[in-house]
Design a protein around this ligand. Structure first.
Ligand code: SF4
Length: 328
C-alpha cells in the first residue's frame, strides 16, 4: 500500500568524494554522509530525525529535496520514484516538498518586504496566478503561519520583526506553494527557548489543518516533547533506532539514544537519570570503524562489536539485545 506514504526512503546513500579524483578509482576515498537509510513518512505524520551534528541528517534532507543527487537507493514521493528525475520534474516536486531552514536571519532578504518574500516562491515556480489571486495566497500563508492580521505584515521588512516572527515568515514562504511535506531543518535552534514551543505548536497545527507531513530535524531530543509521532535516531549516516515517540522516550533501546536522552535537563530531581557522557569524537565518516560503527564510543561495547555490525548481520541482533540487557 505505497500510497499510504507521503515519502518512502529505501536504502538511500549519499557519498561525497573526499579530495580530488585520483588516477586509480580504487584509491579514492568517500565521505559516507548518508549510508543506507530506510524510512517511511505517512501522510500527515510527524517524524523527528535526531542526531549530533555531522551525523548526516541535513544531507539526508538535501537529498530528499533533490538538491543533492542520491548515490544509491530510492526516494518515493506519494508512490512515485523521484530519485533521478529530470530538472523540470524536480521543480514540480519541490513545490510539494518544501524545506524550512534553521536560520531565519540568513534565510530572509533584508531588502525585500514580507509580501515580496512570500510571493517570490510563486514567481520562481511560474504559478500563473493573477495579482489578486497571488495576494490571497500570500495572505493565507501568513495567517496559517500565525502572522495575524496578515495585512499588517505585508509592508514590513525582516529587521522589523522578532526572531519568532521571522521564522513564521520562512514557514509562510514554504506554505504559499501548498506543500505536502515540510522538511524542517533545526527550525527552532536559533530561537529563544520561550519562542520554540510556539513554532513547534505551529507545525503541529499545520499537520492538523493542512494534513502536511513533517520531518523535523534536530540535534536536541529535548526540543521535540511529544509533538512527533515517531522518532528516528541517526548516527554516522544510519538510523540506529526508530520507534514511536513514547517508546523511544520511555524505553530507548540503543545505547546512543540512551546517552542522548540522559543529558536532557529534567526539572524534577527525582526523575533525573544517570548522565551518560559519550567519550571521544564522532568517527571520521571517511574511515568508518569496523563492525558496529558506534563501538569506539559505546559504553557497552564488547569485543564482538568490533567485528560485526548489527545493521548488517542478523546474528548480531541477539548480541545487541544481550548487550543492552547488561546495563539494565
Ligand atoms: Fe554498542 Fe555493541 Fe550495540 Fe554497537 S552492537 S551499540 S557497540 S552494544
Amino acid at each position: 500500500m505505497t500510497q499510504e506514504y507521503a515519502l518512502e526512503i529505501r536504502n538511500l546513500k549519499k557519498y561525497f568524494r573526499a579530495g580530488r579524483p585520483g588516477w586509480f578509482s580504487r584509491f579514492e576515498k568517500y565521505i559516507h554522509a548518508v549510508d543506507g537509510v530506510d524510512l517511511q513518512l505517512r501522510r500527515g505524520e510527524v517524524v523527528a530525525l535526531v542526531g549530533e551534528s555531522g551525523c548526516g541528517k541535513s544531507t539526508l534532507a538535501l537529498t530528499l529535496m533533490l538538491l543533492e543527487e542520491a548515490t544509491e537507493g530510492n526516494i518515493l514521493f506519494e508512490g512515485r520514484d523521484i530519485t533521478h528525475i529530470s530538472a523540470r520534474e524536480r521543480k514540480a516536486i519541490r513545490q510539494r516538498i518544501q524545506m524550512v531552514f534553521q536560520d531565519p536571519y540568513e534565510s530572509l532578504n533584508p531588502t525585500q518586504t514580507i509580501e515580496e518574500i512570500v510571493t517570490e516562491p510563486l514567481i520562481v515556480h511560474g504559478l500563473a496566478l493573477d495579482g489578486n489571486e497571488r495576494r490571497q495566497r500570500v495572505l493565507r500563508a501568513l495567517e496559517d503561519a500565525g502572522l495575524k492580521p496578515a495585512e499588517d505584515y505585508l509592508h514590513r521588512y525582516p529587521h522589523q520583526l522578532s526572531g519568532g516572527q521571522r521564522q513564521r515568515v520562512v514557514i509562510a514562504g514554504a506554505l504559499v506553494l501548498e506543500p505536502h511535506i515540510l522538511l524542517a531543518d533545526e527550525p527552532v535552534s536559533m530561537l529563544d527557548v520561550s519562542i520554540r514551543a510556539e513554532i513547534i505548536n505551529l507545525l503541529a497545527d499545520l499537520r492538523r489543518t493542512r494534513g502536511i507531513s513533517v520531518i523535523f530535524i534536530t540535534h536536541d531530543l529535548g526540543t521535540i516533547g511529544y509533538f512527533a509521532d515517531r522518532v528516528a535516531v541517526m548516527y554516522l549516516g544510519r538510523i540506529v533506532e526508530i520507534g514511536t515517540m513514547r517508546e523511544v522516550l520511555k524505553k530507548p533501546k540503543h545505547p546512543y539514544t540512551q546517552a542522548l536522552l540522559s543529558v536532557i535537563p529534567v526539572p524534577n530531581p527525582r526523575m533525573r537519570k544517570k548522565r551518560v557522557i559519550l567519550q571521544g569524537e564522532t568517527p571520521n565518516p571517511i574511515d568508518l570503524p569496523s563492525g558496529c560503527r558506534f563501538h569506539p564510543r559505546c559504553p557497552m561495547a564488547l569485543e564482538v562489536c568490533r567485528q560485526s555490525d548489527p545493521a548488517l548481520l542478523k546474528v548480531t541482533e541477539t548480541h545487541h539485545a544481550a548487550c543492552l540487557l547488561l546495563v539494565k
